[in-house]
Design a protein around this ligand. Structure first.
Ligand code: HEM
Length: 397
């Protein structure tokens, strides 16, 4: 494999249009050097085979303190130890934490949520103006998963708007002091909520986690706050993207939209294809090598930061035929939108169910749904992590 001499800049322009960069990199090879906006040099992995292998390679670590030590100025989310959660923890500590939440998100457990998710979706759709334009992100893709995850965890309804504000700020490119303030607010809020549930438990996941006492199952107060933060922010922001990106993909492919409307039973397969075509996560959690790792003929030395692009891997033409085409009859087996290996998304069954219901109910209610402006006017939020539109103006017809 060859290395380009030029470092790929992972800046605002890259976030807005990663596809042209990936097209250029495709010719250069699946593993390249790149530079973050704040100047740190990293390795960018864009090939499917290499991404899959590295996600499951235990010589790569997501450990919060290890990544933080390698990031100059401990940028962004690594400023706060709130991010020292399960996703940024290696086995065996990870294994213990994961076992505590696995049961809450099995396909069987989340299937029980179906009637409530349908009800929330329908209530939100009732409130959309049938004759006027709507912002699908603000009016639907955000409040639906916000309600679901807050109810699941036991965050009171009255506090949900605060939560939306904080989590948006944490994953968007807002000035660092705004992000810092949001992280502080979220931390203080969750600490108080957990203290309250310790005294008066309710029927929710947070109360269950607080009162789990068997074996290794007791979470320390800090661990609880971080877990609650991970579940809330993970559960919320990625769902917003799945719904927004899925609807956008359909509106840009009218034939596929018509096909899905004619055959609603295609929905589970369609959601997999939305995830492959333009999933919710652009780049997986930052990892670093704990020893030299050879990949596609290149040796990445120890203690180097590695960024694995799930977006690029899912459009690798060595893996998928015509990867830039949305094809609802494709069975995109092995897509990496939910990651791979020990950190494989714990919320995948919930995400699939919620995505199918959200998009299914929307299309059934508004069969003439259309973009309210040219696609060129759409704006992607400035995050390397979440691939998400700031807004999605539509007419409901
Ligand atoms: C479309 C929606 C979603 C997508 C695309 C998605 C994607 C991912 C990915 C790619 C990872 C692994 C990251 C890595 O290895 O670097 C992950 C981990 C995780 N996801 Fe999701 N996710 C989604 C929804 C959810 C939901 C609804 C929840 C539920 C609360 C959730 C909770 C988590 C948690 C807790 C982890 C960390 C797992 C671990 O470290 O063992 N996600 N997700």
């Amino acid at each position: 494999m060859q290395q380009t001499n030029e470092l790929t800049a992972l800046d605002r322009a890259f976030v807005s249009d990663p596809w042209s960069v990936y097209q250029r990199l495709r010719a250069a090879g699946p593993v390249q050097r790149a530079v973050l906006a704040r100047g740190a040099q990293v390795w960018l992995v864009a090939g499917h085979e290499q991404a899959r292998a590295l996600l499951a390679d235990d010589r790569l670590s997501t450990d919060y303190f290890g990544v933080r030590a390698l990031l100059p100025g401990a940028a962004g989310p690594y400023e706060s130890t709130l991010s020292a959660h399960m996703l940024n923890t290696d086995p065996p500590a990870h294994t213990r934490l994961r076992a505590l939440v696995d049961q809450a998100f099995t396909a069987r457990t989340v299937a029980r949520l179906r009637p409530r998710i349908e009800q929330v979706a329908d209530e939100l759709l009732d409130r959309l103006p049938p004759d006027g334009p709507a912002d699908l992100i603000e009016d639907y893709a955000f409040p639906l998963p916000a309600t679901v995850i807050c109810e699941l965890l036991g965050v009171p309804a009255a506090d949900r708007n605060d939560f939306r504000r904080w989590s948006k700020a944490i994953v968007s490119s807002v000035p660092p002091d705004v992000a810092r303030e949001s992280t502080r607010s979220v931390s203080a809020y969750l600490t108080a909520l957990i203290d309250a549930k310790r005294v008066s438990p309710a029927h929710d996941l947070l109360s269950d986690l607080i009162h789990q006492t068997s074996g290794d199952g007791t979470l320390w107060p800090d661990e609880l706050v971080r877990m609650a933060f991970l579940l809330l922010v993970a559960g919320l922001e990625k769902m917003v993207s799945l719904i927004g990106n899925g609807v956008l993909a359909l509106l840009q492919h009218p034939r596929e939209l018509a096909r899905l409307q004619a055959e609603p039973g295609l929905m589970p397969a369609a959601v997999e294809e939305f995830l492959r075509y333009q999933g919710a996560i652009h780049i997986a959690t930052v990892r670093f090598t704990t020893e030299p790792v050879r990949v596609a003929g290149t040796v990445i030395p120890a203690d180097e930061l590695v960024l694995i692009s799930l977006l690029a891997a899912n459009r690798d033409r060595d893996r998928y035929a015509d990867p830039d085409v949305l094809d609802l009859s494709r069975r995109p087996e092995g897509h990496l939108a939910f990651g791979h290996g020990v950190h494989y998304c714990v919320g995948a069954p919930l995400a699939r169910l919620e995505g199918q219901i959200a998009i299914g109910r929307l299309l059934a209610r508004f069969p003439n749904l259309a973009l309210a402006g040219p696609p060129g006017n759409l704006h992607w939020r400035g995050s390397l992590l979440v691939r998400s539109l700031s807004s999605l103006p539509v007419t409901l017809g």
